[in-house]
Design a protein around this ligand. Structure first.
Ligand code: PEP
Length: 256
């Protein structure tokens, strides 16, 4: 059985102090949730303070980083290494988020280097894939995703795949209020599972968790989670508020 995961990507929001309040508020609201893995990905300046709160308060919440550079150290001004993230007890690192790909020009090759560096340092990674609106309209979704997966996972061993989570995030649905229908998301995630199976094997394909991301909110999480291929959600905007994120973690059905 794949354990559901709900991950919050706080993007470039929240100071370190605000991030601490947010994780504490969230922890209180989800304290009875045991069967969902909960992850928060604050901005890097808040990783240390959130990590400390998680450890001191013994919270059942995992810590994620939004980005990493693949070298261990060196003259790479502004970058953060996997060694530094590991030292802060980071559990997961996001690789290939569409904002990194499209705003900061990250290629599949760079995403792959990041993913492999994270795994090599004993952390887990969430590999994000997804098509733009133009690509969907030109019916290129399957090709784009295949390329992102094959190039993103190049050189990742069978053994390392246990530390990989994937997220299908159609770019046209991120921060836009547009959501893929549960059926659309389920279909593409089913295809992603098939691609993982063709690269690795059936067991790895059945075990890997694949999240959906793109304007997930309390009002649509229940129907997304009802789909058999969807193992959770990567949530941006709605994870910035403890109440709405907690409702998503509990997949409460909310009429909007
Ligand atoms: C994201 O940042 O990964 C995301 C899905 O954002 P939002 O939920 O705001 O669309």
């Amino acid at each position: 059985m794949r354990k559901p995961m709900i991950a919050g990507n706080w993007k470039m929001y929240k100071t370190a102090g605000q991030a601490v309040f947010l994780v504490q508020d969230l922890a209180m609201l989800v304290k009875d949730v045991k069967d969902v893995e909960i992850l928060v990905c604050p901005p890097c300046i808040a990783l240390k303070s959130v990590s400390t709160v998680i450890e001191v308060d013994k919270l059942r919440i995992k810590l994620g980083a939004q980005n990493v550079y693949w070298e261990e150290e060196g003259a790479f001004t502004g970058e953060i290494s996997p060694v530094m993230l590991k030292d802060l007890r980071v559990d997961y690192v996001i690789a290939g988020h569409s904002e990194r790909r499209h705003i900061f020009g990250e290629t599949n090759e760079m995403v792959n280097k990041k993913l492999r560096a994270v795994l090599a340092h004993g952390m887990k990674s969430i590999l994000c894939v997804g098509e733009t609106l133009d690509e969907r309209e030109e019916e290129k979704t399957a090709d784009i995703i295949k390329e992102q997966i094959f190039e993103g996972l190049a050189g990742v061993s069978f053994e390392e795949m246990k530390d990989v989570v994937m997220a299908y995030e159609p770019v046209w649905a991120i921060g836009t209020g547009l959501t893929a229908t549960p059926e659309q998301a389920n279909d593409v995630i089913g295809d992603i599972r098939g691609l993982v199976g063709s690269l690795y094997n059936e067991e790895i394909a059945m075990d890997i968790r694949i999240l959906y991301g793109g304007s997930v909110k309390p009002g649509n999480i229940a129907e997304l989670m009802a789909e058999p291929e969807i193992d959770g959600a990567l949530v941006g905007g709605a994870s910035l508020n403890a109440e709405s994120f907690a409702k998503i973690v509990k997949y409460e059905k909310v009429e909007e």
